[in-house]
Ligand binder design. Structure first.
Ligand code: MRU
Length: 322
């Protein structure tokens, strides 16, 4: 059993520190600045977990602030990372309860948390049914990228929620896990989750993914999302788009699993999604290359809707390309 991703304990937030994984370490967050820092440094990460963190950050702020000062604090939390829409959705939902005082804001934050739990279980069931329809009855060989599991949410997960629902039905042969450079959410987080629930898996370097798919070694790709535009273009961890290209070329399903709160109807298409640029130091590492080497570190990419077989949410199965 892994510790919970995020919990409200007494008067503060407890986070499983995802920068330390696979080592298990929890950290306490008691202030708005602490929450902004935790979000920026990926102590808490993954779109649904960011929604809950944002809402709980506003609940922290509401203990000492109100009016414009509370709104300013909420804006700072919401701007901590730009791509995952769930962060600003969670912040807005908590702030909308501000007139009711701190207890009402906390209740709204806990409702965001509870809704995420329900959504992930619904996504898991719906996604498992879809993949059985698309791929047939044999145990499936699945491929995933980054971490879209319990640790990216509150529990169960989105893409890994689908894996977990299939696994409970005895329908998973194994999962191929991309290591997910530069900060290795696949190697450090997804493997830990799959080991905890007993799903057979193999870690691969990101550059191996395309040829693994081309060689017919997986039946389907299933990933999460940080923001889904109104037309069904999908932003997810950088390296997702090449998987979608490879899946289309190989004729296997490319399935996106995400809560309805990740669908941003105000964003018409993928070109309008802000892609987070992170510190070059994440790519350069320590002593990996020449000290003078420059790096570029876009954290996400956009998969156009015509490469997406289906988007599975808690409410529907959406085939954005028709
Ligand atoms: O930078 P991260 O670790 O926050 O990126 C996470 C992802 O890209 C996930 O795939 C996405 O948020 C879906 S999580 C259910």
């Amino acid at each position: 059993m892994l510790p919970p991703t995020i919990s409200w304990v007494d008067d503060h937030v407890e986070l499983l520190d995802q920068t330390a994984l696979p080592r298990l370490r929890t950290v306490s967050v008691t202030t708005v600045e602490g929450m902004v820092d935790a979000i920026r440094r990926l102590v808490v990460r993954g779109a649904p977990a960011l929604g809950v963190a944002g809402a709980m950050g506003v609940a922290l702020a509401a203990r000492t602030l109100d009016g414009d000062a509370l709104a300013d604090a909420a804006a700072r939390i919401g701007a901590a990372r730009p791509t995952a829409v769930n962060l600003s959705v969670g912040v807005r939902r908590a702030l909308a309860a501000a007139d009711g005082g701190p207890d009402a804001v906390l209740a709204a934050a806990l409702a965001v948390r509870d809704e995420d739990v329900r959504s992930c279980h619904a996504i898991g069931e719906r996604g498992a049914t879809l993949l059985r329809e698309l791929c047939g009855g044999d145990p499936l060989r699945l491929h995933t990228h980054c971490n879209a599991g319990a640790l990216a949410c509150v529990e169960w997960g989105t893409a890994l929620g689908v894996v977990r629902s299939l696994h409970e039905q005895g329908r998973v042969a194994h999962v191929v896990v991309d290591e997910t450079r530069p900060v290795l959410q696949g190697a450090r987080i997804t493997t830990v989750e799959l080991a905890a629930i007993g799903v057979p898996h193999r870690l691969v370097v990101d550059g191996a993914a395309g040829s693994i798919i081309a060689r017919g070694l997986v039946d389907a790709v299933v990933v999460g999302a940080d923001r889904i535009a109104a037309n069904g273009d999908v932003a997810n961890k950088v390296g997702t788009y090449p998987l979608a290209l490879a899946a289309a070329r190989a004729g296997i399903p490319f399935v996106v699993a995400a809560p309805e709160s990740t669908v941003d109807t105000a964003t018409p298409d993928g070109a309008a999604i802000e892609i987070e640029e992170r510190d070059a130091g994440e790519v350069l590492g320590k002593g990996l290359t020449l000290p003078a080497t420059q790096a570029w570190n876009p954290a996400f990419d956009v998969t156009p809707n015509d490469l997406v077989t289906a988007i599975v949410t808690d409410r529907r199965t959406w085939r954005p390309a028709g």
